[in-house]
Ligand binder design. Structure first.
Ligand SMILES: [Zn+2]
Ligand SMILES: [Zn+2]
Length: 479
């Protein structure tokens, strides 16, 4: 490891250290690999105690944890959102008061690109939705530690109306790291707040959504980012779909005038209930009403379109879907993709993300996507279950995130492989590689959960014993 370790008080102030990372993660409900060294003496060649904040997906919970309540909570989260791997985080994160306990004195280590895997120079840009816990600047490190060439992040808490503004230090550090780690802003696609519904016919509620939306867009511009991905919204069962589409377009138009350059990227949806955007034609209708068409785009979520009825499992199916996209929207509007496999079958209208190759889509579907010239040079974002390490685990960079790093590696290996006539392509073996990583990580997550349960039980027993002792003492005094 040839890195220079720089201790920076500025960074220390802006980075969420071990003591606060979990609290922050609970607030933002997402994943992190926070670049924080535990204890001093982090020098080249020495093990760095990097604080990885746990993430747990609905799938993590379903597969690895036995707790029925957590499972139900996670399922509820997944029913209302596409980011199932990130949404359920809050149901696992340890209570804040436990994690506030400072460990040892923490020093901050600033990583350099040499600390992380070398990223391939491919036209297809691939990476997960990483955590911004502890500050948006950490998202860059999180992505780099996984060998990602693209990434997504939340710019604020995704389930709260109000969040603290980005600090100048955070903005500055994000921009510097983007530059230092070689990420192009065209390959970074933040995901919007989940509460936003620009299609709500209720004026007051839509106004609230609108200000949250504009706030997100302004954050993008503060960070020098170009793309912003959001869910189009819902008619909430009131009024027509057409009315909601017009309301969404009207909000986009207004927001464009309040901001300078950020491109509003509409995500394709599963279409449960009165949610709009499950048909390309609906998104096309929104775009038709947007005045500045240079500032609107579309993000295809593979899990969503498949669950909405677009069969992209075969090359023919993918080409037919893209032909529909071209007809109803226009290929020039494709600004990003979410590449997720689906636990639910075709046209199921269920939003259940699965690891790449392990769901109803299969690795073949993704092989077509990352060999298609139409998906070059746009962010291809994974929103798959991460089976992240336990909270507080002290790990070296890249450790503990094997599922995501394996998925990224396999997809990067596949990218352009058909064009190169790469004879090593073995979809079955590569799917097995991801399956093995998931199996190992989910077993580890189950072990961690069981160990945690034991610790909690032990503590409760000890506390009870102490209470009884005290009660015993009292009774002695009384005697
Ligand atoms: Zn989304
Ligand atoms: Zn998505």
């Amino acid at each position: 490891m040839s890195s220079t370790v720089r201790r920076s008080s500025r960074l220390a102030a802006s980075t969420s250290l071990a003591a606060t990372a979990v609290v922050e993660a609970a607030r933002t409900s997402c994943v992190t690999v926070t670049a924080v060294a535990q204890s001093s003496s982090s020098r080249a060649g020495q093990t760095r105690g990097v604080q990885y904040q746990a993430s747990v997906s609905e799938d993590d919970i379903a597969d690895a944890l036995a707790g029925g309540r957590q499972k139900k909570r996670a399922r509820r989260a997944s029913a209302s959102s596409d980011l199932t791997s990130l949404e359920a985080e809050s149901s696992k994160v340890a209570p804040a008061k436990k994690t506030k306990k400072p460990r040892k004195k923490a020093d901050v280590v600033e990583f350099t690109p040499e600390d992380f895997p070398k990223r391939p120079d491919l036209p297809w840009k691939i990476g997960p939705h990483v955590s911004a816990a502890g500050g948006v600047q950490n998202a860059v490190l999180n992505a780099a530690s996984l060998g990602a060439t693209a990434f997504a992040l939340f710019l604020k808490s995704q389930r709260k109306w109000d969040s603290a503004a980005l600090t100048p230090e955070s903005i500055d550090s994000f921009k510097k790291r983007l530059d230092e780690f070689g990420y192009d802003c065209r390959h970074v696609m933040p995901h919007g707040n989940y509460l936003i519904n620009l299609g709500n016919p209720d004026d007051d509620k839509r106004a609230k959504s609108y200000s949250c939306f504009v706030d997100d867009l302004k954050r993008c511009e503060q960070l020098g980012l170009l793309l912003y991905n959001f869910h189009p919204g819902s008619s909430v069962g009131q009024g027509t779909m057409e009315n909601s589409l017009a309301l969404i377009a009207e909000c986009i138009n207004r927001a464009h005038k309040e901001t300078d350059r950020v491109i509003t990227v509409i995500e394709t949806m599963v279409g449960a209930g009165s949610v709009v955007g499950s048909k390309f034609s609906e998104i096309g209708q929104i775009i038709a009403q947007v005045e500045d068409k240079s500032r609107v785009g579309v993000c295809i979520d593979t899990c969503h379109v498949f669950s909405a009825g677009y069969d992209i499992r075969t090359k023919e199916g993918w080409d037919a879907t893209m032909a529909e996209f071209e007809r109803d929207i226009g290929l020039n509007y494709l600004r990003g993709m979410h590449i997720n496999d689906s636990k639910a079958p075709l046209a199921s209208r269920k939003d259940r993300h699965e690891n790449i190759g392990l769901g109803h889509l299969g690795l073949r579907a993704f092989a077509h996507i990352v060999n298609d010239a139409r998906t070059r040079d746009i962010p291809l974002i994974l929103e798959t279950p991460a089976f992240a390490p336990a909270a507080g685990a002290q790990l070296r960079p890249g450790e503990g995130w094997d599922v995501w790093s394996t998925e990224v590696r396999v997809l990067q290996r596949l990218a352009g492989a058909y064009e190169r006539a790469d004879e090593t392509v073995d979809l079955e073996a590569w799917t097995d590689e991801i399956r093995a990583a998931v199996k190992k990580a989910s077993a580890k997550a189950a072990d961690d959960a069981a160990a945690k349960k034991q610790r909690v039980k032990k503590r409760a027993k000890k506390a009870k014993g102490e209470d009884e002792d005290e009660a015993g003492d009292d009774s002695c005094e009384e005697l």
